[in-house]
Design a binder for this molecule. Structure first.
Ligand code: PMV
Length: 316
């Protein structure tokens, strides 16, 4: 039997991280230059139920049965089995690889879950539809994030720019003007769960201040959607700058992020901001196809540990 494969892109949040956890809208786009991939090879000579999971990047090579219930990779497979009312599956080996940096705000956890759920449901002859894939990946996101909004699993599953409001049907965004993002990694790993928990504590101790910030971000995201749909890319850049200012006020930027954001602006970006959980991880800059390489070089010279240039355009 041939191998089954599934891949999922990384993602970047263009607008609205953190406030999205509190019901405000956010906009995210897939980043196709980085991918998580799951390759499943049937093992017809092994006992049914013998499912081997290999993820070399995290040093994992184990049988499904030996992994605890809260292991994210095991949970993906068990969620698929439960959904199909199966106790186990024909023996196989699943190998997971990813070029998406970990704990960097690029959606690596969600992309791995989506690829694994897809490959496993396809192997069982019931490839799950996107809505179900995203819902199951959301269950796993809760392990990583605690109280995730659901934006990561959504954008990674649909692999299209999305306008996302927690608990509402996802909306795909169409922009008539393609645009280019330059992503710069501070190289500082920053678990999203910690940043989200800190914002929650800060909100609890000063709800008025934080709700004002969340509302301002929400208004800005609605305007950004309008600008994107009209192809007003320069306006989007200005709104990214504004979003970064509000995220700083929320206390989730850092010196390194601020430095790279400023560097991108000096290098001609239309706008720049941190992206994702903050504190460390990545920032993004809005560029034109002409300015992107220069911005990337300047970010690298300023100490970005990794840079990615990604063109965001409509999928035909
Ligand atoms: O750090 P990331 O890219 O996984 O993004 C998290 C986005 C937050 O809004 C901070 C949390 C969430 O669940 O939406």
């Amino acid at each position: 039997m041939p191998a089954f494969t599934a891949s999922s892109p990384g993602k970047a949040i263009l607008f609205g991280e953190h406030a999205v956890v509190y019901g405000q809208p956010a906009i995210a786009v897939p980043i196709r230059q980085v991918q998580a991939r799951a390759i499943l090879t049937p093992s017809p000579r092994s006992q049914p139920g013998a499912i081997r999971i290999q993820a070399p990047a995290i040093g994992l090579d184990a049988d499904l049965q030996s992994l605890p219930a809260d292991h994210p990779l095991a949970m993906c497979i068990r969620l698929v089995l439960t959904h199909l009312n199966l106790r186990d599956a024909p023996a196989c080996k699943v190998r997971i690889t990813s070029t998406i940096p970990l704990a960097a705000g690029l959606g690596s956890g969600a992309a791995v879950s989506v690829a694994l759920i897809r490959v496993f449901s396809a192997y069982l002859g019931k490839p799950f539809p996107p809505k179900l894939v995203s819902e199951l990946a959301y269950q796993v996101e809760k392990l990583y994030h605690g109280t995730p909004s659901g934006i990561d699993n959504s954008v990674v599953t649909y692999a299209r720019p999305v306008y996302f409001v927690r608990g509402q049907p996802i909306e795909m965004l169409q922009s008539p003007a393609p645009f280019t993002l330059v992503i710069g990694d501070t190289g500082i790993a920053s678990p999203t769960a910690e940043a989200v928990a800190d914002v929650r504590l800060a909100w609890q101790s000063d709800p008025e201040h934080y709700e004002t910030l969340f509302n301002e971000i929400g208004a800005l995201v609605r305007e950004a959607r309008f600008a994107l749909e009209k192809g007003q890319i320069e306006r989007c850049g200005a709104l990214m700058d504004l979003n970064h200012t509000l995220l700083r006020k929320m206390g989730i930027s850092s010196q390194e992020l601020d430095r790279l954001v400023e560097c991108a602006r000096q290098a001609g970006a239309l706008g720049a901001k941190l992206s994702g959980g903050g504190r460390g991880g990545n920032m993004i800059a809005l560029a034109t196809s002409e300015s992107a390489d220069h911005i990337r070089a300047r970010l690298a010279a300023a100490g970005a540990s990794r840079t990615i240039v990604s063109r965001v355009e409509e999928q035909k």
